[in-house]
Design a protein around this ligand. Structure first.
Ligand code: NOJ
Length: 510
Protein backbone atom coordinates (compact mmCIF):
# COMPACT_ATOMS: atom_id res chain seq x y z
CA UNK A 1 0.00 0.00 0.00
CA UNK A 2 1.41 3.42 -0.86
CA UNK A 3 2.02 5.94 1.91
CA UNK A 4 -0.72 8.50 2.64
CA UNK A 5 0.10 11.92 1.18
CA UNK A 6 0.93 13.49 4.56
CA UNK A 7 3.83 11.09 5.07
CA UNK A 8 5.59 12.19 1.91
CA UNK A 9 4.48 15.83 1.91
CA UNK A 10 6.34 18.94 2.92
CA UNK A 11 3.99 21.38 4.66
CA UNK A 12 4.42 25.15 4.46
CA UNK A 13 3.00 27.19 7.33
CA UNK A 14 1.55 30.57 6.45
CA UNK A 15 0.93 33.21 9.09
CA UNK A 16 -1.77 35.04 7.12
CA UNK A 17 -1.28 38.45 8.73
CA UNK A 18 2.27 38.52 7.44
CA UNK A 19 2.23 36.80 4.07
CA UNK A 20 0.96 39.49 1.70
CA UNK A 21 -1.53 42.33 1.99
CA UNK A 22 -3.64 43.25 -1.03
CA UNK A 23 -6.25 45.67 0.34
CA UNK A 24 -3.86 48.22 1.84
CA UNK A 25 -4.67 47.83 5.54
CA UNK A 26 -1.13 46.69 6.33
CA UNK A 27 -2.27 43.19 7.28
CA UNK A 28 -1.91 40.16 5.01
CA UNK A 29 -5.06 38.60 3.59
CA UNK A 30 -6.45 35.56 1.79
CA UNK A 31 -6.15 37.20 -1.61
CA UNK A 32 -2.46 37.81 -0.87
CA UNK A 33 -1.98 34.11 -0.22
CA UNK A 34 -3.91 33.18 -3.37
CA UNK A 35 -1.73 35.45 -5.51
CA UNK A 36 1.42 33.76 -4.25
CA UNK A 37 0.33 30.16 -4.66
CA UNK A 38 2.61 29.95 -7.67
CA UNK A 39 5.58 30.80 -5.45
CA UNK A 40 4.72 27.73 -3.40
CA UNK A 41 4.32 25.55 -6.47
CA UNK A 42 7.65 26.81 -7.83
CA UNK A 43 9.26 26.16 -4.45
CA UNK A 44 7.89 22.62 -4.47
CA UNK A 45 5.93 22.24 -1.24
CA UNK A 46 2.90 19.96 -1.13
CA UNK A 47 0.59 21.51 1.42
CA UNK A 48 -0.10 24.77 3.19
CA UNK A 49 -1.21 25.20 6.77
CA UNK A 50 -2.91 28.52 7.45
CA UNK A 51 -2.77 29.91 10.96
CA UNK A 52 -6.33 30.93 11.97
CA UNK A 53 -8.26 33.23 9.65
CA UNK A 54 -11.58 33.02 11.50
CA UNK A 55 -13.56 35.82 13.09
CA UNK A 56 -11.63 37.03 16.06
CA UNK A 57 -11.08 40.09 18.24
CA UNK A 58 -7.38 39.33 17.60
CA UNK A 59 -6.24 39.46 21.22
CA UNK A 60 -4.05 36.48 20.32
CA UNK A 61 -4.01 37.29 16.61
CA UNK A 62 -6.65 34.78 15.61
CA UNK A 63 -6.05 32.07 18.22
CA UNK A 64 -9.02 33.63 20.03
CA UNK A 65 -11.87 32.56 17.76
CA UNK A 66 -15.28 34.24 17.91
CA UNK A 67 -16.81 32.28 15.01
CA UNK A 68 -15.20 29.04 13.80
CA UNK A 69 -17.22 28.98 10.60
CA UNK A 70 -16.60 32.43 9.19
CA UNK A 71 -13.59 34.39 7.98
CA UNK A 72 -12.49 37.53 9.78
CA UNK A 73 -13.10 40.59 7.55
CA UNK A 74 -9.44 41.50 8.06
CA UNK A 75 -8.53 38.50 5.89
CA UNK A 76 -11.48 38.53 3.45
CA UNK A 77 -14.66 36.52 3.13
CA UNK A 78 -15.77 32.93 3.17
CA UNK A 79 -15.95 33.15 -0.61
CA UNK A 80 -12.28 34.23 -0.69
CA UNK A 81 -11.40 31.22 1.42
CA UNK A 82 -13.34 28.89 -0.85
CA UNK A 83 -11.54 30.39 -3.84
CA UNK A 84 -8.19 29.96 -2.15
CA UNK A 85 -8.88 26.30 -1.39
CA UNK A 86 -10.05 25.69 -4.95
CA UNK A 87 -7.04 27.44 -6.48
CA UNK A 88 -4.65 25.58 -4.19
CA UNK A 89 -6.27 22.26 -5.08
CA UNK A 90 -6.10 23.11 -8.75
CA UNK A 91 -2.33 23.42 -8.32
CA UNK A 92 -2.06 20.16 -6.42
CA UNK A 93 -1.57 21.82 -3.04
CA UNK A 94 -3.36 20.46 0.03
CA UNK A 95 -4.79 22.93 2.55
CA UNK A 96 -4.73 22.52 6.32
CA UNK A 97 -6.59 24.79 8.70
CA UNK A 98 -5.71 25.68 12.24
CA UNK A 99 -8.48 24.49 14.55
CA UNK A 100 -8.45 25.88 18.08
CA UNK A 101 -10.48 23.49 20.25
CA UNK A 102 -9.10 24.27 23.71
CA UNK A 103 -10.55 27.74 24.03
CA UNK A 104 -12.70 30.31 22.28
CA UNK A 105 -12.59 34.08 22.35
CA UNK A 106 -14.44 35.69 25.26
CA UNK A 107 -16.46 37.34 22.46
CA UNK A 108 -17.65 34.01 21.05
CA UNK A 109 -21.46 33.87 21.41
CA UNK A 110 -21.05 30.65 23.42
CA UNK A 111 -19.01 32.42 26.08
CA UNK A 112 -21.12 35.57 25.99
CA UNK A 113 -24.12 33.36 26.77
CA UNK A 114 -22.22 31.29 29.32
CA UNK A 115 -21.12 34.39 31.19
CA UNK A 116 -24.59 35.89 31.35
CA UNK A 117 -25.68 34.09 34.53
CA UNK A 118 -24.95 31.15 36.77
CA UNK A 119 -28.03 29.44 35.33
CA UNK A 120 -27.25 30.09 31.68
CA UNK A 121 -27.90 27.00 29.53
CA UNK A 122 -24.32 27.35 28.30
CA UNK A 123 -22.79 27.93 31.75
CA UNK A 124 -21.26 24.46 31.73
CA UNK A 125 -19.69 24.94 28.27
CA UNK A 126 -16.76 26.55 30.09
CA UNK A 127 -15.14 26.03 33.50
CA UNK A 128 -16.87 28.21 36.08
CA UNK A 129 -16.02 27.77 39.76
CA UNK A 130 -16.68 29.60 43.02
CA UNK A 131 -13.79 31.48 44.58
CA UNK A 132 -11.59 29.67 47.11
CA UNK A 133 -12.49 30.38 50.76
CA UNK A 134 -10.05 33.30 50.77
CA UNK A 135 -11.79 34.78 47.72
CA UNK A 136 -8.88 33.86 45.43
CA UNK A 137 -8.91 31.57 42.38
CA UNK A 138 -10.20 27.98 42.71
CA UNK A 139 -6.72 26.50 42.24
CA UNK A 140 -3.12 27.62 41.65
CA UNK A 141 -2.87 26.99 37.90
CA UNK A 142 -1.00 29.58 35.86
CA UNK A 143 -1.81 30.77 32.34
CA UNK A 144 0.76 30.52 29.53
CA UNK A 145 0.88 34.28 29.03
CA UNK A 146 1.20 37.07 29.95
CA UNK A 147 3.92 35.53 32.11
CA UNK A 148 2.91 34.66 35.65
CA UNK A 149 -0.82 35.44 35.52
CA UNK A 150 -3.38 33.12 37.11
CA UNK A 151 -5.30 30.78 34.82
CA UNK A 152 -8.53 32.06 36.42
CA UNK A 153 -10.32 35.37 36.06
CA UNK A 154 -13.12 36.51 38.35
CA UNK A 155 -16.29 37.58 36.63
CA UNK A 156 -17.61 40.28 38.92
CA UNK A 157 -21.20 40.09 37.67
CA UNK A 158 -21.73 36.45 38.62
CA UNK A 159 -19.09 36.16 41.35
CA UNK A 160 -17.40 33.10 39.82
CA UNK A 161 -14.02 32.49 38.24
CA UNK A 162 -13.55 31.02 34.73
CA UNK A 163 -10.55 29.03 33.55
CA UNK A 164 -8.19 30.15 30.77
CA UNK A 165 -4.90 28.39 30.05
CA UNK A 166 -3.96 31.38 27.87
CA UNK A 167 -5.19 35.00 27.94
CA UNK A 168 -8.23 35.97 30.03
CA UNK A 169 -9.83 36.65 26.63
CA UNK A 170 -9.39 32.93 25.75
CA UNK A 171 -11.70 30.98 28.11
CA UNK A 172 -11.20 27.18 28.06
CA UNK A 173 -14.04 25.11 26.64
CA UNK A 174 -15.35 22.26 28.79
CA UNK A 175 -14.98 19.16 26.62
CA UNK A 176 -16.64 17.02 29.29
CA UNK A 177 -19.90 18.59 28.17
CA UNK A 178 -21.32 16.57 25.23
CA UNK A 179 -22.90 19.71 23.78
CA UNK A 180 -19.44 21.24 23.38
CA UNK A 181 -18.23 18.07 21.68
CA UNK A 182 -21.16 18.13 19.29
CA UNK A 183 -20.70 21.81 18.47
CA UNK A 184 -16.97 21.43 17.83
CA UNK A 185 -17.51 18.30 15.72
CA UNK A 186 -19.92 20.36 13.65
CA UNK A 187 -17.13 22.87 13.06
CA UNK A 188 -14.88 20.10 11.76
CA UNK A 189 -17.63 18.84 9.47
CA UNK A 190 -18.27 22.35 8.19
CA UNK A 191 -14.70 22.59 6.92
CA UNK A 192 -14.27 18.97 5.86
CA UNK A 193 -17.39 19.42 3.74
CA UNK A 194 -15.66 22.43 2.16
CA UNK A 195 -12.77 20.13 1.15
CA UNK A 196 -10.18 21.09 3.72
CA UNK A 197 -7.48 18.40 3.76
CA UNK A 198 -6.97 18.39 7.49
CA UNK A 199 -6.27 20.34 10.62
CA UNK A 200 -3.42 21.49 12.72
CA UNK A 201 -4.97 21.15 16.17
CA UNK A 202 -3.98 23.95 18.50
CA UNK A 203 -2.98 22.81 22.01
CA UNK A 204 -4.22 19.31 21.25
CA UNK A 205 -2.99 18.04 24.62
CA UNK A 206 -4.88 20.72 26.52
CA UNK A 207 -8.53 19.92 25.94
CA UNK A 208 -9.16 17.39 28.74
CA UNK A 209 -8.74 18.60 32.32
CA UNK A 210 -8.59 16.73 35.59
CA UNK A 211 -12.25 17.02 36.69
CA UNK A 212 -11.18 17.69 40.27
CA UNK A 213 -9.18 20.73 39.11
CA UNK A 214 -6.53 20.03 41.79
CA UNK A 215 -3.65 22.34 42.64
CA UNK A 216 -0.49 21.85 40.58
CA UNK A 217 1.95 19.20 41.83
CA UNK A 218 4.57 20.97 43.97
CA UNK A 219 7.32 20.38 41.38
CA UNK A 220 5.23 22.08 38.71
CA UNK A 221 3.97 25.03 40.71
CA UNK A 222 4.35 28.24 38.73
CA UNK A 223 4.76 26.46 35.35
CA UNK A 224 1.91 27.29 32.92
CA UNK A 225 -0.67 24.57 33.43
CA UNK A 226 -0.92 23.89 29.71
CA UNK A 227 2.70 22.70 29.68
CA UNK A 228 1.93 19.89 32.13
CA UNK A 229 -1.71 19.10 31.36
CA UNK A 230 -2.09 15.40 30.49
CA UNK A 231 -5.47 13.73 30.84
CA UNK A 232 -7.01 10.45 29.67
CA UNK A 233 -10.13 12.33 28.57
CA UNK A 234 -8.09 14.20 25.96
CA UNK A 235 -7.31 10.87 24.31
CA UNK A 236 -10.98 9.89 24.35
CA UNK A 237 -11.79 13.13 22.54
CA UNK A 238 -8.99 12.72 20.02
CA UNK A 239 -10.21 9.23 19.16
CA UNK A 240 -13.68 10.61 18.46
CA UNK A 241 -12.20 13.40 16.32
CA UNK A 242 -10.16 10.83 14.41
CA UNK A 243 -13.23 8.68 13.76
CA UNK A 244 -15.05 11.72 12.45
CA UNK A 245 -12.16 12.71 10.17
CA UNK A 246 -11.62 9.16 8.94
CA UNK A 247 -15.24 9.17 7.81
CA UNK A 248 -14.23 11.51 4.99
CA UNK A 249 -12.46 10.34 1.85
CA UNK A 250 -8.99 11.47 0.84
CA UNK A 251 -6.73 10.84 3.83
CA UNK A 252 -7.65 13.97 5.78
CA UNK A 253 -4.98 14.55 8.36
CA UNK A 254 -4.84 15.59 12.02
CA UNK A 255 -1.62 17.24 13.13
CA UNK A 256 -1.59 17.99 16.82
CA UNK A 257 0.37 20.69 18.55
CA UNK A 258 1.75 18.96 21.63
CA UNK A 259 3.60 21.43 23.81
CA UNK A 260 4.38 19.60 27.01
CA UNK A 261 7.45 19.90 29.14
CA UNK A 262 7.72 16.14 29.54
CA UNK A 263 8.34 15.00 26.02
CA UNK A 264 7.62 11.33 26.71
CA UNK A 265 3.87 12.00 26.81
CA UNK A 266 3.95 13.18 23.18
CA UNK A 267 4.04 9.59 21.91
CA UNK A 268 0.71 8.77 23.54
CA UNK A 269 -1.12 11.08 21.16
CA UNK A 270 -0.92 8.56 18.33
CA UNK A 271 -2.96 6.10 20.42
CA UNK A 272 -3.31 2.74 18.68
CA UNK A 273 -3.13 4.53 15.36
CA UNK A 274 -6.53 5.95 16.29
CA UNK A 275 -5.71 9.47 17.55
CA UNK A 276 -3.45 11.98 15.77
CA UNK A 277 -1.81 11.14 12.45
CA UNK A 278 1.05 13.52 13.14
CA UNK A 279 2.18 15.48 16.17
CA UNK A 280 4.59 18.29 16.78
CA UNK A 281 6.98 17.46 19.54
CA UNK A 282 7.30 20.98 20.88
CA UNK A 283 9.30 22.31 22.62
CA UNK A 284 11.91 19.64 21.71
CA UNK A 285 11.83 20.78 18.07
CA UNK A 286 12.58 24.39 18.70
CA UNK A 287 14.79 23.89 21.75
CA UNK A 288 17.42 21.68 20.12
CA UNK A 289 20.49 23.90 19.71
CA UNK A 290 22.56 23.86 16.52
CA UNK A 291 25.08 21.38 17.90
CA UNK A 292 25.97 17.98 16.51
CA UNK A 293 25.56 15.92 19.72
CA UNK A 294 22.13 17.42 20.38
CA UNK A 295 20.89 16.55 16.87
CA UNK A 296 22.47 13.11 16.82
CA UNK A 297 20.74 12.37 20.08
CA UNK A 298 17.44 13.77 18.95
CA UNK A 299 17.39 11.86 15.64
CA UNK A 300 18.23 8.60 17.42
CA UNK A 301 15.65 9.16 20.15
CA UNK A 302 12.83 10.04 17.78
CA UNK A 303 13.44 6.81 15.85
CA UNK A 304 13.77 4.72 19.01
CA UNK A 305 10.50 6.05 20.39
CA UNK A 306 8.32 6.35 17.32
CA UNK A 307 9.37 3.43 15.11
CA UNK A 308 8.16 0.78 17.59
CA UNK A 309 4.72 2.37 17.73
CA UNK A 310 4.61 2.90 13.94
CA UNK A 311 4.24 6.64 14.38
CA UNK A 312 5.62 8.99 11.75
CA UNK A 313 7.81 11.90 12.93
CA UNK A 314 7.43 15.57 12.12
CA UNK A 315 10.34 18.00 11.88
CA UNK A 316 10.06 21.72 12.40
CA UNK A 317 12.67 24.39 13.02
CA UNK A 318 10.57 27.54 13.06
CA UNK A 319 7.00 28.66 13.54
CA UNK A 320 5.03 31.72 14.63
CA UNK A 321 5.65 31.12 18.34
CA UNK A 322 9.39 31.05 18.54
CA UNK A 323 12.37 33.03 17.22
CA UNK A 324 13.26 31.94 13.68
CA UNK A 325 16.03 29.34 13.50
CA UNK A 326 18.07 31.69 11.30
CA UNK A 327 18.15 34.03 14.33
CA UNK A 328 18.66 31.25 16.86
CA UNK A 329 21.46 29.51 14.96
CA UNK A 330 23.25 32.76 14.18
CA UNK A 331 24.17 32.78 10.48
CA UNK A 332 22.84 32.14 7.01
CA UNK A 333 25.42 29.40 6.51
CA UNK A 334 23.99 27.51 9.49
CA UNK A 335 20.42 28.14 8.34
CA UNK A 336 21.36 26.64 4.96
CA UNK A 337 22.89 23.58 6.59
CA UNK A 338 19.75 23.30 8.73
CA UNK A 339 17.62 23.26 5.57
CA UNK A 340 19.56 20.22 4.34
CA UNK A 341 18.95 18.52 7.67
CA UNK A 342 15.25 19.40 7.85
CA UNK A 343 14.52 18.22 4.31
CA UNK A 344 16.47 14.96 4.45
CA UNK A 345 15.31 13.58 7.80
CA UNK A 346 12.80 10.75 7.96
CA UNK A 347 9.38 12.24 8.65
CA UNK A 348 7.18 15.10 7.52
CA UNK A 349 8.94 18.49 7.49
CA UNK A 350 7.09 21.70 8.25
CA UNK A 351 8.50 24.95 6.85
CA UNK A 352 7.57 28.33 8.22
CA UNK A 353 6.95 30.97 5.52
CA UNK A 354 10.05 33.09 5.04
CA UNK A 355 12.58 30.50 6.13
CA UNK A 356 13.19 29.79 2.44
CA UNK A 357 14.37 33.42 2.25
CA UNK A 358 16.64 32.95 5.26
CA UNK A 359 14.68 35.60 7.14
CA UNK A 360 15.76 36.67 10.59
CA UNK A 361 13.42 37.95 13.27
CA UNK A 362 12.58 41.63 13.00
CA UNK A 363 13.74 44.07 15.65
CA UNK A 364 10.54 45.33 17.27
CA UNK A 365 10.82 48.72 18.97
CA UNK A 366 8.89 48.80 22.26
CA UNK A 367 6.15 51.01 20.83
CA UNK A 368 5.45 48.52 18.01
CA UNK A 369 5.05 45.43 20.21
CA UNK A 370 1.61 43.91 19.82
CA UNK A 371 1.81 40.32 21.05
CA UNK A 372 1.10 39.61 24.72
CA UNK A 373 3.36 36.55 24.32
CA UNK A 374 6.35 38.55 22.93
CA UNK A 375 6.45 36.65 19.63
CA UNK A 376 6.33 39.59 17.22
CA UNK A 377 9.87 39.20 15.83
CA UNK A 378 9.20 35.95 13.97
CA UNK A 379 5.87 37.26 12.66
CA UNK A 380 7.35 40.12 10.63
CA UNK A 381 5.90 40.56 7.12
CA UNK A 382 7.41 38.68 4.17
CA UNK A 383 9.33 41.00 1.80
CA UNK A 384 8.47 40.00 -1.77
CA UNK A 385 10.58 42.48 -3.72
CA UNK A 386 13.21 45.21 -3.42
CA UNK A 387 10.85 48.18 -3.73
CA UNK A 388 10.22 50.41 -0.73
CA UNK A 389 6.98 48.55 0.03
CA UNK A 390 8.46 45.11 -0.72
CA UNK A 391 5.49 44.09 -2.83
CA UNK A 392 2.95 45.15 -0.20
CA UNK A 393 0.56 48.01 -0.99
CA UNK A 394 1.82 50.11 1.94
CA UNK A 395 5.36 50.75 3.21
CA UNK A 396 4.39 50.26 6.82
CA UNK A 397 2.67 46.97 7.59
CA UNK A 398 1.44 45.88 11.01
CA UNK A 399 4.94 44.89 12.11
CA UNK A 400 8.37 46.19 10.99
CA UNK A 401 10.19 44.41 8.15
CA UNK A 402 12.79 41.78 8.94
CA UNK A 403 16.46 42.86 8.63
CA UNK A 404 17.91 43.64 5.18
CA UNK A 405 14.58 43.34 3.41
CA UNK A 406 15.96 45.38 0.50
CA UNK A 407 18.34 42.51 -0.30
CA UNK A 408 16.70 39.58 1.41
CA UNK A 409 13.43 39.33 -0.48
CA UNK A 410 11.86 36.79 -2.81
CA UNK A 411 12.55 38.73 -6.02
CA UNK A 412 16.26 39.22 -5.29
CA UNK A 413 16.86 35.68 -4.16
CA UNK A 414 15.00 34.30 -7.14
CA UNK A 415 17.46 36.04 -9.45
CA UNK A 416 20.46 34.36 -7.76
CA UNK A 417 20.59 30.62 -8.27
CA UNK A 418 23.09 30.19 -5.45
CA UNK A 419 20.65 31.76 -2.93
CA UNK A 420 19.08 30.00 0.03
CA UNK A 421 15.76 30.17 -1.82
CA UNK A 422 17.16 28.07 -4.65
CA UNK A 423 18.72 25.73 -2.11
CA UNK A 424 15.27 25.06 -0.64
CA UNK A 425 13.89 24.50 -4.12
CA UNK A 426 16.64 22.04 -5.07
CA UNK A 427 16.16 20.16 -1.80
CA UNK A 428 12.41 19.99 -2.27
CA UNK A 429 12.63 18.77 -5.84
CA UNK A 430 15.28 16.18 -5.01
CA UNK A 431 13.19 14.97 -2.09
CA UNK A 432 10.07 14.81 -4.21
CA UNK A 433 11.73 12.64 -6.84
CA UNK A 434 13.38 10.26 -4.36
CA UNK A 435 11.53 7.44 -2.65
CA UNK A 436 14.47 6.91 -0.28
CA UNK A 437 14.37 10.52 0.92
CA UNK A 438 10.60 10.49 1.30
CA UNK A 439 9.98 7.16 2.94
CA UNK A 440 13.27 5.24 3.13
CA UNK A 441 15.07 4.16 6.28
CA UNK A 442 17.47 6.42 8.14
CA UNK A 443 20.76 5.02 9.45
CA UNK A 444 22.90 7.29 11.58
CA UNK A 445 26.65 6.87 11.09
CA UNK A 446 28.56 5.90 14.22
CA UNK A 447 31.93 7.40 15.09
CA UNK A 448 31.49 10.71 13.32
CA UNK A 449 33.84 13.56 14.29
CA UNK A 450 32.61 15.75 17.15
CA UNK A 451 30.98 18.47 15.11
CA UNK A 452 29.44 16.28 12.42
CA UNK A 453 26.14 14.49 11.99
CA UNK A 454 26.06 11.93 9.18
CA UNK A 455 23.32 9.54 8.12
CA UNK A 456 22.15 7.52 5.18
CA UNK A 457 18.67 7.49 3.72
CA UNK A 458 18.02 4.35 1.76
CA UNK A 459 15.54 1.94 0.27
CA UNK A 460 15.80 -0.81 -2.33
CA UNK A 461 16.29 1.67 -5.16
CA UNK A 462 18.63 4.35 -3.80
CA UNK A 463 21.06 5.32 -1.13
CA UNK A 464 21.98 8.86 -0.07
CA UNK A 465 24.50 10.07 2.48
CA UNK A 466 23.90 13.32 4.31
CA UNK A 467 26.83 15.08 5.98
CA UNK A 468 26.32 18.08 8.24
CA UNK A 469 29.19 20.09 9.62
CA UNK A 470 27.99 22.04 12.67
CA UNK A 471 31.37 23.73 13.12
CA UNK A 472 32.90 26.69 11.35
CA UNK A 473 36.04 24.69 10.50
CA UNK A 474 36.79 22.23 7.70
CA UNK A 475 36.24 18.67 8.87
CA UNK A 476 37.63 15.54 7.23
CA UNK A 477 35.20 12.66 7.10
CA UNK A 478 35.36 9.62 4.89
CA UNK A 479 32.30 8.97 2.76
CA UNK A 480 31.69 8.41 -0.91
CA UNK A 481 29.31 9.68 -3.52
CA UNK A 482 28.57 12.57 -5.80
CA UNK A 483 27.51 15.88 -4.31
CA UNK A 484 23.92 16.38 -5.45
CA UNK A 485 23.31 19.33 -3.15
CA UNK A 486 25.72 21.48 -1.16
CA UNK A 487 24.22 23.95 1.32
CA UNK A 488 26.53 26.70 -0.02
CA UNK A 489 26.05 25.57 -3.65
CA UNK A 490 29.81 24.79 -3.86
CA UNK A 491 31.03 21.64 -5.61
CA UNK A 492 27.69 20.27 -6.73
CA UNK A 493 27.87 17.41 -9.29
CA UNK A 494 31.47 16.65 -8.22
CA UNK A 495 32.75 13.61 -6.29
CA UNK A 496 32.87 14.23 -2.55
CA UNK A 497 36.50 14.99 -1.65
CA UNK A 498 36.51 13.71 1.93
CA UNK A 499 36.28 17.16 3.48
CA UNK A 500 33.15 19.03 4.61
CA UNK A 501 33.45 22.82 4.43
CA UNK A 502 32.80 25.12 7.42
CA UNK A 503 29.07 25.13 8.30
CA UNK A 504 28.46 23.08 5.19
CA UNK A 505 25.93 20.33 4.64
CA UNK A 506 26.11 17.91 1.73
CA UNK A 507 23.70 15.49 0.14
CA UNK A 508 25.67 12.73 -1.59
CA UNK A 509 24.20 10.34 -4.12
CA UNK A 510 25.77 6.94 -3.66
C1 NOJ B 1 -0.48 27.74 20.22
C2 NOJ B 1 -0.41 28.72 19.10
O1 NOJ B 1 0.59 28.28 18.19
C3 NOJ B 1 -0.10 30.06 19.72
O2 NOJ B 1 0.20 31.03 18.75
C4 NOJ B 1 -1.29 30.47 20.56
O3 NOJ B 1 -0.99 31.67 21.23
C5 NOJ B 1 -1.63 29.40 21.58
N1 NOJ B 1 -1.61 28.07 21.04
C6 NOJ B 1 -3.01 29.62 22.14
O4 NOJ B 1 -3.97 29.35 21.16
Amino acid sequence: MSAPWWKTAVVYQIYPRSFLDTDGDGVGDLEGIRRRLDHLVWLGVDAVWLSPVFRSPMKDHGYDVADYCDVDPLFGTLADLDRLIADAHARGLKVLFDWVPNHTSDQHPWFVESRRSRTSPKRDWYYWRDPAPDGGPPNDWKAAFPAGIDAWTLDAATGQYYLHQFLPEQPDLNWDNPDVVRAMHDVLRFWLDRSVDGFRIDVAHGIGKDPALPNEKPEWRGIPHVAVNEQPSTHVQLRAIRRLTDGYPGDRVLVGEIFQLFTHAHDRYFGENDELHLAFDLPASVATPWEAPAWRDRIARVAARLDPIHAWPTWVLSNHDTPRHRSRFGSEAKARAAAVLLLTLRGTPFLYAGEELGLEDAEIPPDRRVDPGHRDGCRAPIPWDSSSTHGWPTPDPWLPWPPQAEARNAERLLADDTSILHLYRRLLSTRRSSSALRTGALTLHDDTPDGVVAYDRHDQQERWTILINFTSQLVAYAASGTITIASDAEGERQRYSGVIGPDQALLLRR
